[in-house]
Design a protein around this ligand. Structure first.
Ligand code: ADP
Ligand code: GLC
Length: 507
């Protein structure tokens, strides 16, 4: 079974959020099951410098007015995953973010950049490049790859089946309809059943409408987005897909996110001996200029600072948190107003609140290990990965009962504590009261070390590895393509174990 996995991010080549984590871990888990999976990504400068053995393998014929694009093949730096980057100086080789410039403004040519990603993927998938590899399934992710199922649907001849995954319905890739002629989408597709969305062209709607199968990243979010409250205007499109739409829960890369081997931690630890977590906490407190106080509960928040993540609500809860004699460590970036307000409030509570504005992967690991409690509230959450990392690190999450958060955390109510199934704290209201009620319960339980330890051990014992969910994707690929797949258990983790076939891809 051959799968072309098309995405705008994949850790460690390019990352702004959970899409990058999934776009590494899911393909790895598929490869481990014997699927021949290859990634296609835009050739951002950092991705280009990070891949191993980069090699130009094809020049792409001019399309959409772009005539400087080549396909560069390579391998992930640390694991056996083959990847193609689209190297185009015009579209992708530029300073700034993946989607925005340094000032946070969307690149004005995003429609063209990601339309090009889709067109290049379609050419690759239809063997219209010099590359002799034919996928059975094309798996397109998020709006960035949304036009790909549409383009393949227009093909009359043999073609791969398509799966489209939405990781977040709020990110839609909507553009003024006048871009249509420049992105190679025929007028005939620009209808209410196709790409038209309130007068604009929507890349997300294209993916949702034309994918042979459509998925999202947790069962609860899959149910939620069938309703107007969560569907971001596209719930009708999804309802129309009926049984062709489903939710498959994300997993985590349990090698990268493992407190027993995490290279970013000052001391590793495991469930059988959690003592290293105390060192991680002390080191984090010291590093961030907070009093090194082992008994003070340390609350972490590592997230995009946005309305989705209730960063505004956390902001309003900070005076309350300070009154509880707890410490709060915030690492994030996002909404400039929230960033500014976070920095301002930090100055008011220098001994209790630390705020790091920016993106810092190693610090995210140290925060997970050094915190006692992780805040992961959200107004909506397709899956959420930080709460999964927290569970693995024995850091009990406080989450709202929505989307993937509801699917992955068991609230520590009296029954769940008694029957030892509790792993965190949940609330329903999208208010500060809702948040602090759950956080208050966590802080109270923190004062009962034996119960707390039991919850930590139970949290750490949860299995959120990709194995089960990767098997569900394989079943879906089989169902949509008619191609059977017998899993082979391959260890593809270590670089030294890269088989010759995979190495050849890089040559
Ligand atoms: P989303 O993709 O909606 O932002 P997820 O929970 O799925 O949320 O994934 C977020 C990912 O981004 C996690 O790997 C998290 O550790 C990481 N992350 C978020 N903000 C930061 C930051 N400021 N620095 C480092 N890592 C971050
Ligand atoms: C999106 C969602 C997040 C999910 C991630 C990976 O960024 O907001 O909930 O975990 O994608 O699927």
């Amino acid at each position: 079974m051959r799968v072309l996995f098309v995405t705008a991010e994949a850790y460690p080549l390019a990352k702004t959020g959970g899409l990058a984590d999934v776009s590494r871990a899911l393909p790895l888990a598929l490869a481990r099951r014997g699927v021949d999976v290859r990634l296609l990504l835009p050739g951002y400068p950092r991705a280009y410098t990070r891949i191993e053995k980069p090699r130009i393998v094809a020049k792409l014929d001019p399309m959409l007015g772009i005539d400087d694009a080549t396909l560069v093949s390579g391998l992930f730096p640390d694991v056996e995953l083959p990847v193609w980057l689209i190297d185009s100086p015009t579209l992708f080789r530029r300073d700034g973010g993946l989607y925005q410039d340094h000032s946070g403004k969307d690149w004005p040519d995003n429609a063209l950049r990601f339309a090009f990603l889709a067109h290049a993927a379609a050419r690759l998938a239809l063997q219209r490049t010099r590359i002799d590899w034919k996928p059975d399934i094309v798996h397109a992710n998020d709006w960035h790859a949304g036009l790909l199922p549409l383009l393949l649907s227009l093909e009359k001849g043999p073609k791969p089946s398509t799966v489209f995954t939405t990781h977040n319905m709020a990110f839609q890739g909507n553009f003024a309809a006048d871009v249509l002629p420049s992105i190679g989408v025929p007028e005939s597709c620009h209808t209410t059943d196709g790409t038209e969305f309130y007068g604009q062209i929507s890349f997300l709607k294209a993916g949702l409408s034309y994918g042979d199968r459509v998925t999202t990243v947790s069962p609860t979010y899959a149910r939620e987005i069938l309703t107007p409250d969560f569907g971001c205007g596209m719930d009708g499109v999804l309802r129309h897909r009926g049984a062709e739409f489903s939710g498959i829960l994300n997993g985590i890369d349990d090698a990268l996110w493992d407190p027993a081997s995490d290279i970013h931690l000052p001391q590793t630890y495991r469930a059988s001996d959690i003592s290293g977590k105390r060192t991680c906490k002390a080191t984090l407190q010291h590093e961030l200029g907070l009093p090194v106080a082992p008994e003070t509960p340390l609350i972490g928040f590592v997230s995009r600072l946005t309305h989705q993540k209730m960063a505004d609500t956390i902001l309003s809860a900070i005076p309350w948190i300070a009154e509880q004699s707890a410490q709060l460590v915030v690492v994030g970036e996002g909404d400039p107003a929230i960033e500014a307000a976070m920095s301002k409030i930090r100055a008011k509570y220098p001994h209790q609140v630390s705020v790091t504005i920016g993106y810092d992967e190693p610090l995210a690991h140290r925060l997970q290990a050094g915190s006692d409690i992780l805040l992961a509230p959200a107004r909506f959450e397709p899956c959420g990965l930080t709460q999964l990392y927290a569970l693995r690190y024995g850091t009990l999450p406080v989450v709202r009962r929505t989307g993937g958060l509801a699917d992955t955390v068991v609230d520590a109510d009296a029954t769940a504590i008694a029957n030892r199934s509790a792993t965190g704290f949940m609330f329903d209201d999208t208010t500060m009261r809702g948040l602090i009620t759950a956080l208050g319960r966590a802080l109270t339980l923190y004062q009962e070390p034996l119960t707390w330890r039991r919850l930590q051990l139970h949290a750490m014992a949860q299995d959120f590895s990709w194995d089960a969910s990767a098997a569900k994707y394989v079943d879906l690929y089989s169902a949509v393509s008619g191609i059977p797949h017998t899993p082979i258990d391959r260890n593809v983790r270590g670089k030294d174990e890269i088989p010759e076939t995979a190495r050849q891809i890089a040559r």
